[in-house]
Design a protein around this ligand. Sequence first.
Ligand SMILES: [Zn+2]
Ligand SMILES: [Zn+2]
Length: 443
Amino acid sequence: MSAKPLGLVFFPAFDWAISPTHPERQERLLYTRDQIVEEGLLDLSAIREYKPKLATLRDLQRVHIGVPGIEPLITDAHLISAGGAIAAAESVLRGETAHAFALVRPPGHHAMRVVHGTRGFCTINIEAVMIEHLRQHYGIRRVAVVDTDVHHGDGTQDIFYHDPDTLFISFHQDGRTLYPGSGAVEEIGGPKAWGTTVNIPLPPGTTDEGLHQVLDAVILPMLADFQPDMIINSAGQDNHYSDPLANMAITAQGYARLAEKLQADVAVLEGGYSIEEALPYVNVGIILAMAGLPYHRVVEPDRHLQNLVQTDRINRYIDQLIKQWQGLWKNRDHMRQQVMQQAGDYWRRSKSIYYDDSGIRESQQETLRICPDCHGTLQIASQAEGHDIGIKRVFGVVLPRDCCPRCAHAGRDAALAAKKQNHYGIVVIQDRQNDTYENLIGR
Ligand SMILES: [Zn+2]
Ligand SMILES: [Zn+2]
């Protein structure tokens, strides 16, 4: 058992719901809370509870470009959810806890850098807001995020796609069979950060066995190589066999063992919609494992292991996937050089983004200035259309933390040129080096 306790932050967000019968609702945390109290976990010296704090708009603007601004898109619940993650992490960084788990909602991992509305139940990316807060205030640099939600963490991927200091690893049910559809191996990071986005799409029906093979053969060695200052677990629990929104076959034991092996500094709750059958058990398993306590007795009443057996087809598929990733990871430095050479001075891509909860369609063009001296300036041109918002156009420039003077100039010039065009309603410079956020048009 660790000498220091596990920090726990609870925030069930009573006043926030997409609709009363929506699967993402407060009961997700209330049943867990009951189970934790029933098991007497809060009375243990190995566990200490912390109150969430309130994230600030500055915290959000370090990560997001909200349209028309981030404030009209969110409620206090979002600030407390992100603030809960920050409070959890700070308990670790202050040295009071060995690890911490933020059991908060609304979730965040589908929220991308540009935000026009809500998608996949997420409006702001609570892990990213936490990470950039820690970088700003605690001098943390290298961070690994391991996203264990069944859905691809496309928002977190988007935010850190060009950041070689953030290793983003997501395993999830294959996007060809589940929302949001992305998360293929080929989505592997921008040219400067090639290989620091790691997607591991698993076939429906993957069990604890397949998951732990991937963990042992791919994820844990990557973390050992990357040597992050901090490991964050986006702890979604919808890989559980009983989850109504997905088709995987992971148990509470599988999740608890994962938490034990991962040794994440901070876990932040993401999805998980099997409110009575899974969440209380999975959460208790994770809490015990993170606190260094025995978790072997945490078993779902309806678990039948004979129904949770991987087919040979899945076994073979996972073996192949492991080999593929081991090869890519070994050659990543060489391949990054090749990709940079091929890209030349600028790297571009176009994206279509659908906000399923807000009924908004966005099309986005990203242009990265490839620079030998820094991570490069990112320009984002976005147009969104929806019944409630009409048409919105935004141009954003993101200056990286290590921005060189040349890239700072290029970014500012691009923003001023965009302003002159009279085409965009909002032109924003998000300057990570000076920690400023500037809207060049009005307001
Ligand atoms: Zn999910
Ligand atoms: Zn530069």
